[in-house]
Each structure stands twice: as structure tokens, then as C-alpha cells.
Design a protein around this ligand. Structure first.
Ligand code: HEM
Length: 148
């Protein structure tokens, strides 16, 4: 336990690095979906989007989310600022649930595109792009400012 506390700044750095990689995917993948939804199924462009989406989701977003969770959970045990009666921690956990749920839906939408079965409009994906942005802003304000 003492070792974990000593490692706190390093774990936090690794946590933030993984957060950046995960957020990059959460913000960029719906953009790709929006362009993909506007392209003809079976076209060369659509096939290129499939490869980009698969690589982004599988090679970056899945491992990054895993790393965010691993380092985040380690921080729960090593951070001197974790206080389970504080509101910011619970709002942060709620926003993590939002981001994780979005990640899951992105996975389902990606599979629909892979099968050429997308039925949603480019506009839908552009609107969806706002959800991770809002959740991330609330989350970072909570964990950095800890207003309550
Ligand atoms: C399972 C998921 C997560 C858990 C359990 C978790 C937990 C934690 C904990 C306990 C801290 C230390 C707080 C402190 O010492 O002040 C922390 C720091 C941080 N977390 Fe997370 N977190 C998770 C996911 C996320 C996500 C998704 C983001 C952003 C989108 C994020 C952004 C940050 C930032 C920026 C810090 C550094 C704050 C500072 O140094 O003031 N975390 N996290």
C-alpha cells in the first residue's frame, strides 16, 4: 500500500496519458462515422472508413479505456484526495459511466458500418460528437477543481 502511495504521481501521469488516448478516439470516431454515413456502401471510400474505424476502435480506444480504468482504480487507493463523501468523486464516476456507455455504443455502430447496415444520418453522428465533449468537460472540472 505504501509503495502504491509513493507511486501516486506516476500512476496519475499514466492515467492522464491513457485518458488523452481514449478521449482522442471518443471525439474522433463519431466524426469518421459522420463522413462514413455520407459515403456510398461498398464504395472504396466506405471500405477505407471501415479500416480506419476498426483500427481506431480496436488498437487505440479499447486498450486506452482499459488503461484508464486500471490506473484510475489504482488512483482510488493511492490518491490523498480521494474522499468518498465528496460530491466531485461521484459526479466524476457518473461521467465515466456516460463515456463507457458511449464507447459501447460506438462499438455497436462500428459493427453496423462494417456490415454495411448503418441506418443513421451524418447529422446523428455529428450530434453524438457533442456527448463525449460535455462529459469530458464536466469530468475534468470535477477532478481538478473539486468544487464540492
Ligand atoms: C475508471 C475510471 C476512472 C477512475 C476510477 C478515475 C479515478 C481518478 C482518481 C482517483 C484520480 C486522482 C484524483 C486526485 O488525486 O486528485 C484521478 C485523476 C484524474 N482523472 Fe481520473 N478516473 C477515471 C477516468 C477518468 C477519465 C475518463 C478522465 C477524463 C476524461 C479522467 C481525468 C482525470 C484527470 C485529468 C486527473 C488528474 C487530476 C489532477 O491532477 O488534479 N479520469 N482519476
Amino acid at each position: 500500500m505504501d509503495t502504491l502511495i509513493d507511486l501516486y504521481p506516476w500512476i496519475k501521469a499514466l492515467h492522464v496519458i491513457s485518458v488523452i488516448a481514449w478521449m482522442a478516439g471518443l471525439l474522433y470516431l463519431p466524426r469518421l462515422f459522420a463522413y462514413h454515413a455520407a459515403s456510398e456502401p461498398g464504395s472504396a471510400q466506405s471500405e477505407t472508413f471501415k479500416v480506419m474505424e476498426r483500427r481506431l476502435f480496436r488498437a487505440i480506444m479499447n486498450p486506452a479505456m482499459g488503461a484508464v480504468y486500471i490506473f484510475g482504480i489504482l488512483l482510488l487507493f493511492s490518491s490523498p484526495y480521494v474522499d468518498w463523501s465528496a460530491g466531485w468523486l461521484w459526479v466524476k464516476l457518473a461521467m465515466i459511466t456516460v463515456l463507457t456507455t458511449l464507447h459501447h455504443y460506438y462499438g455497436l455502430w462500428r459493427k453496423a458500418f462494417e456490415r454495411d447496415e448503418n441506418t443513421r444520418s451524418p447529422r446523428f453522428y455529428k450530434i453524438m460528437n457533442e456527448a463525449p465533449t460535455v462529459a469530458m468537460i464536466v469530468l475534468v472540472l470535477m477532478v481538478v477543481a473539486k468544487p464540492f
